[in-house]
Ligand binder design. Structure first.
Ligand code: 173
Length: 325
């Protein structure tokens, strides 16, 4: 190679590097390294999977998601650290998987207002600021809104009293089930089957959707109704990454996030189908009625807010006001 050619080679490498660093100069797609708390193809990840597929197959998309894996790629309770430090760019996770870092993350499951309502009223800004300040994350989209959590059991109960029962939890359910006398044991979803099979627990908390994904229906006799709270599973992006994107990329992601949140309207029908599928597989409903049903749900919210306000006297009361309006 002549020295002239070598110089040209070095110069073109420099040009590529500089162009690659200058935001907005290059039209190339930015790749967002993404880890999900739920396996692709599972019930909880259904609308998120649709979103990733929609973006990644859009030839005009200025970003794309590279899915690095699900819970096998990173233990779910480590997702919060990973998004805060920028070890990954994007996560799909419920607040419960990172409320060790910000107890306020448990508040969204208590929301009586949809993400659309919160955004339209401007109240979402409080959430956005809090997630940035505490988790160094931009809360992009709220999935699973409108789904509910349930208690699943292998021993029958006649009243909202869990004394003597060992229940698998995450922070979603911990305060509620404990307040009714349960002994609680935290596990990631991946350990629920074995805990049930070995009789280490008598039951578990989980949404209506998804108990078939890991075969738990084989180890489940009862579901307690009514459901409580709303399921909240967020698409979060590391805030440094978010700031490094161009205006166009941020606008695109924001538009697609609204599309994803609109997909929450498909949840009600999926819920009904799951209820039927559970019944067909032999799971019996223990359905509280009247005052017992009211107490079950009221106690869930009471215990949930009490815990958040205790852990975050600064933000808890304001969150309750915004989310309960
Ligand atoms: O693991 C869990 O039970 C949990 O916290 C959760 C939260 C949202 C959706 C599914 C599971």
């Amino acid at each position: 190679m002549s020295s002239g050619n070598r110089l040209a080679g070095i110069l073109s490498a420099l040009v590529i590097t500089v162009a690659g660093l200058a935001p907005g100069v290059v039209a190339a797609q930015t790749v967002l390294r993404t880890i999900s708390g739920f396996s692709a193809g599972s019930a909880i990840s259904r609308t998120f999977d649709e979103f990733v597929e929609k973006v990644n197959s859009d030839p005009a998309a200025p970003v794309r998601f590279r899915i690095m894996g699900g819970p096998e790629a990173m233990p779910p309770f480590q997702l919060g650290n990973a998004i805060r430090n920028g070890v990954v760019d994007v996560i799909l996770a419920p607040g419960a998987f990172y409320s060790n870092l910000m107890p306020e993350a448990e508040a969204l499951k208590l929301s009586k207002r949809s993400p659309q309502e919160l955004r339209a009223s401007g109240d979402w800004k409080y959430i956005e600021d809090l997630w940035r300040e505490k988790l160094n994350a931009h809360y992009l989209a709220y999935t699973n809104y409108g789904n509910q959590f349930h208690l699943y059991l292998n021993k029958p109960i006649k009243a909202p009293d869990l004394t003597g029962l060992k229940i698998r939890v995450t922070p979603v359910y911990r305060d509620f089930f404990s307040s009714l006398g349960a002994t609680v044991m935290q596990t990631p979803p991946g350990e629920v089957y074995t805990a049930l099979e070995r009789g280490v627990v008598d039951g578990y908390g989980w949404p209506m959707e998804g108990i078939f994904d890991l075969g738990w229906h084989e180890q489940t006799r009862y579901r307690v109704d009514p459901g409580f709270y709303t399921v909240e599973v967020g698409v979060l992006i590391n805030h440094d990454k978010w700031r490094s994107l161009t205006d166009e990329q941020r606008a695109y992601l924001t538009k697609m996030a609204a599309w994803l949140e609109d997909r929450n309207s498909s949840n009600a029908a999926v819920n009904e189908a799951e209820r039927k599928r559970q019944a067909d597989s032999g799971i019996q409903a223990i359905a509280f009625e009247g005052e017992q049903a009211q107490y079950w749900v009221d106690q869930a919210y009471r215990a949930g807010w009490e815990s958040i306000i205790k852990q975050s006297p600064q933000h808890g009361p304001k969150l309750r006001e915004l989310l309960s309006k």
